[in-house]
Design a protein around this ligand. Structure first.
Ligand code: MSP
Length: 509
């Protein structure tokens, strides 16, 4: 079985997660589920990035230890992932002992082989973003990421020889044109960072304690990026007693990250892996942000609700569907409750829910809920049957290119076609004359089969809804292959009573 290793960024547990974090995680989950459905041996990793000054400060503000502070947020995050149906295989915390030990070994090894050296850091530091900046990178004298004050710092630090890997990184980009996606992000990396020249990277700090100590120089703690990026290999047991998973799954097939951290994943991470003599990930996809009134939804903007409130009000699959469908993947997209409601009503309630309900209700009304098919086909059926039969190929092509929203659009299009097919074939008129029963049975069969195929392919995206549909269709075959054949639903089987899948959302905002 071919393997597929997919990761989300590890999130900072500095506050409870918002819908922006859900966005990345839901997309990763849908891709992981899709790969599993199509026969891959998937390993899906997510987790939390728990060290650093910001967390240390937050804990102080709250009069608790950093570990107590992050423990609470991690519990909350795990509960959130559970309510969203996130099917991760492993949740890594950078405070896990195996991770800390592996990071120390990595740091020591890089030091011993001369890739890390001791020096002095002088620069400007943004505490909330945990980022160093040079004078020329500032915007109006402030942090270019968050717009807040930066502070001059001067301290003894260890440095990683990033500059040494510049040519090798460029070579890698050239020989692996798909490494950075979308293409525009690759150009950004080359023009904004590589062309001006890579500088060596500060990888340790002495001004805070909440981090992994450098084993051979204990006043230093390892600064965020070496600690964070390496999670993708330590989670698999790299440099531990048992590295079976590492041997099986590394290199990653896909690191899914927000656009603001593409630089770390496509410059620093490859250089670290080169220094460790390890293969590089196959792909880094930098997606856009969910924005709210033009601004990024973020902890520091404070402009968000607990995502569980949306789940409670609209259902888990409405939230998942919105994240997967609304935004053209790679670009920024607007998030609002109104857009979530409109999207749910249009696609899930009207197109999918009504179609299922109409079709099963007609099957009950005309044939007592029995699946029948007298094979009386007409030309009008061809387009529907062809679209349904080929859907898996179209979806596969979209998913392989990570066009998740387009994959969903294709599936919804089939359902729209079904609704139009009902309007065009007018079963309620045929039903007036028993002589049409044969044709009527075929029309209903074509509809049920199209719905079934769409449902098989919808499983990775809205898994709790597809369970309900399978239940009403009374079918246990849900595997990928069953989406490749039109005619799997058994004649003479019995459907379950129609039950609305969704309620129309009438909420006034
Ligand atoms: N800890 C680092 C990542 C280390 S990975 C080795 C970090 N954490 S974070 O908590 O700030 O979250 C980063 C990720 O959360 C982003 O890269 C992005 O995937 C996701 N998002 C956070 N806010 C988001 C939006 N408003 N919209 C979409 N995604 C967002 O950076």
């Amino acid at each position: 079985m071919e393997k597929f290793y997919i990761t989300t960024p590890i999130y900072y547990p500095s506050a409870n997660f918002h819908i922006g974090h859900c966005y990345t995680t839901i997309i990763a989950d849908a891709i992981a589920r899709y790969k599993r459905l199509t026969g891959y041996d998937v390993f899906f990793l997510t987790g939390t990035d728990e060290h650093g000054q910001k967390i240390e400060n937050k804990a102080k503000e709250n009069n608790v230890t950093p570990k107590e502070y992050v423990d609470k947020i991690v519990d909350n995050a795990k509960d959130l992932w559970k309510s969203l149906g996130i099917s991760y295989d492993k949740f890594i915390r950078t405070t896990d002992k195996y991770h800390e030990e592996a990071v120390q070994k990595i740091f020591t090894r890089l030091y011993e082989q001369g890739d890390i050296y001791k020096g002095e850091y002088e620069g400007l530091y943004c505490t909330p973003c945990e980022s160093f900046w040079t004078e020329s990178q500032l915007v109006d004298g402030k942090c270019p990421d968050c717009g807040r004050e930066v502070h001059p710092v001067k301290e003894e630090s260890y440095f990683f020889k990033l500059s040494k890997y510049q040519d090798k990184i460029v070579k890698y980009y050239n020989s692996h044109p798909d490494f950075i996606q979308p293409e525009s992000r690759k150009n950004e990396m080359i023009n904004n960072f590589i062309k001006p020249g890579l500088e060596d990277l500060c990888v340790s700090r002495t001004t805070f304690n909440w981090g992994i100590p450098v084993t051979f120089d204990s006043k230093h703690v390892i600064y965020v990026w070496i600690d964070a990026l390496t999670n993708y290999i330590t989670a698999l047991g790299y440099l531990s007693d048992d590295d079976t998973l590492f041997k099986k799954y590394w290199p990653a097939d896909l690191h899914l990250v927000g656009k603001e951290i593409v630089r770390f994943h496509t410059i620093i991470w490859p250089a670290l892996l080169m220094a460790l003599d390890l293969p590089l990930p196959k792909k880094v996809f930098g997606h856009g942000w969910l924005v709210l009134d033009g601004g990024k939804i973020s902890k520091s903007n404070g402009n968000y609700k607990d995502p569980r409130e949306y789940i409670k009000d609209y259902g888990v699959d409405a939230v998942r569907y919105f994240a997967l469908r609304e935004v053209s993947f790679g670009n920024d997209g607007n998030f609002s409750e109104e857009a979530l409601i409109n999207r749910t009503n249009a696609d899930l309630v009207n197109t999918l829910g009504n179609l299922l309900n109409r079709t099963i209700s007609m099957s009950y009304k005309y044939f007592g809920g029995k699946v029948l098919n007298d094979n009386i086909n007409e030309e009008i059926d061809d387009d529907l049957i062809n679209t349904a039969s080929n859907l898996y190929k179209v979806v596969e092509d979209k998913m392989n290119n990570l066009r998740v929203n387009e994959a969903l659009e294709e599936i919804i299009n089939l359902l729209r076609k079904c609704n139009k097919y009902i309007d065009d074939t007018t079963p309620w008129i045929l039903a007036k004359d028993e002589a049409n029963n044969g044709r009527l049975s075929t029309i209903l069969y074509n509809l049920l089969e199209s719905i079934r195929i769409a449902t098989v392919l919808l499983q990775p995206f809205i898994p709790s809804t597809t369970e309900k549909i399978f239940d009403q269709l009374n079918i246990s075959k849900k595997d990928y292959n069953s989406s490749k054949t039109f005619g799997v639903l058994e004649v003479n089987s019995k459907l379950k009573e129609p039950k609305p899948l969704f309620e129309r959302i009438e909420k006034k905002l």
